[in-house]
Design a protein around this ligand. Structure first.
Ligand SMILES: *Cc1c(COP(=O)(O)O)cnc(C)c1O
Length: 371
């Protein structure tokens, strides 16, 4: 049985606000009716507004970018972005410094896309000199794919720097912003972001089941190009959503929750307010854990505000530590792969308060004291 007040410190799905949860109870709706069409159009608009690309933003931006909504988790949006936007005669460079960068490569491989990788160990910063060298040696690269916030370690990759390298060379930039959209800076216009994939149930505080790609309209393939995929073809979704339709059944209730979550976020001050809230919670945890000798995996300034990874306390396996915290209603998150037995991760996305995190730090202290 699950407790009705488990605090989720995993990087999505997140704790919902009552307001978002209640939105799930709105009337049943057919996805071919005008009410659904309005709901979908409203979300597409709200998503653009998160980073000032919507109707209240600069008119040019609205003509340049569009949001495309898919039913599926964040990986669906990643796969739709890569498989739909790299043309048959294009060549992709994927930067890897964690699980999600490696996932981008897997997607390219599965879809038979011509690609090369710039790989790093999971805890490493992107090697900019190495990148420039690789691009100099491979002048046929048309697209670059990278993860903004690499959730594997909590590292925030320097997108501004990567974007300027891409702009100099007219390379199209495809971003996995699944765990940063809504909480970290994404300067679409200045950075010339071609497309970014994200999801409802991370920094936007919605329900899992809907993900999206924000793309430059002119990055879509020509109408007569044969898509690599039926279900995840962005061009098909885009064309139908522009006319208020949808190619397939969408997760209607999840859409209700997302529109409410976006409204709630806008009222609370948008992505900047969310960034500063997360930053306060992350600092509270970082300082609290530092006082009992638990060290962060990355140096201060390399992590996002969304998630931080920490070395496991001495003498604890991840499972023991996790279970003791779970008994007190907190869900931490394990490391992946080689990091599984050495770190734990704490995300502060979702409807979580300062008091929740103060209590968390207190409980960690008690667990360590008892050992
Ligand atoms: C969570 C996440 C994803 C997508 O994971 P899903 O389980 O498919 O939602 C993709 N990229 C990053 C960086 C993530 O944090």
């Amino acid at each position: 049985m699950t407790n009705d007040k488990m605090i989720l410190l995993n990087p999505g799905p997140v704790n919902l606000s009552d307001r978002v949860r209640n939105a799930l109870l709105r009337p049943d709706l057919c996805h071919r009716e005008v009410e659904f069409s309005q709901l979908q159009s409203r979300i597409r608009e709200q998503l653009l507004q998160v980073y000032g690309l919507g109707s209240v933003g600069v008119a040019d931006h609205r003509h340049r970018w569009a949001a495309v909504l898919l039913t599926g988790s964040g990986t669906a949006a990643m796969e739709a972005m890569i498989s739909s936007l790299v043309p048959a005669d294009g060549k992709l460079l994927v930067i890897e410094n964690g699980v999600y960068g490696e996932r981008l490569s897997k997607i390219a491989k599965i879809h038979g896309i011509d690609y090369i990788t710039l790989s790093h160990p999971w805890n490493a910063e992107i090697d900019i000199n190495g990148l420039v060298k690789l691009l100099d040696e491979n002048t046929d690269i048309t697209h670059l794919a990278v993860v903004h916030h690499e959730t594997t370690t909590g590292r925030l990759n320097n997108l501004a720097e990567l974007a300027s390298i891409c702009q100099e060379r007219r390379i199209k930039l495809l971003v996995d912003a699944v765990s940063s959209f809504g909480a970290e800076e994404l300067n679409f216009a200045d950075w010339g972001i071609t497309a970014c994939a994200a999801t409802a149930n991370k920094c936007l505080h919605g329900v899992p089941g809907v993900s999206f790609v924000i793309l430059q309209r002119d990055a879509l393939p020509l109408v007569d190009a044969i898509p690599r995929t039926l279900y995840l073809d962005l061009a098909t979704y885009y064309q139908q959503q522009e006319r208020g339709g949808t190619p397939f059944t969408q997760s209607v209730q999840t859409f209700y929750a997302l529109t409410e979550a976006l409204q709630e976020m806008a009222e609370a001050g948008g992505w900047r307010a969310r960034h500063s809230h997360y930053n306060q919670l992350a600092s509270l945890v970082r300082d609290g854990l530092a006082s009992i000798g638990i060290k962060p995996l990355l140096p201060l300034g390399s992590s996002s505000v969304v998630l931080n990874a920490y070395d496991l306390p001495d003498g604890f396996s991840y499972e023991e530590f996790h279970d003791q915290l779970k008994a007190q209603d907190y869900i931490i998150y394990s490391g992946q792969g080689n990091l599984a037995q050495s770190i734990f991760r704490v995300s502060t996305m979702g409807a979580i308060t300062h008091a929740d995190m103060e209590r968390f730090v207190g409980i960690v202290k008690q667990i360590i004291d008892r050992s």
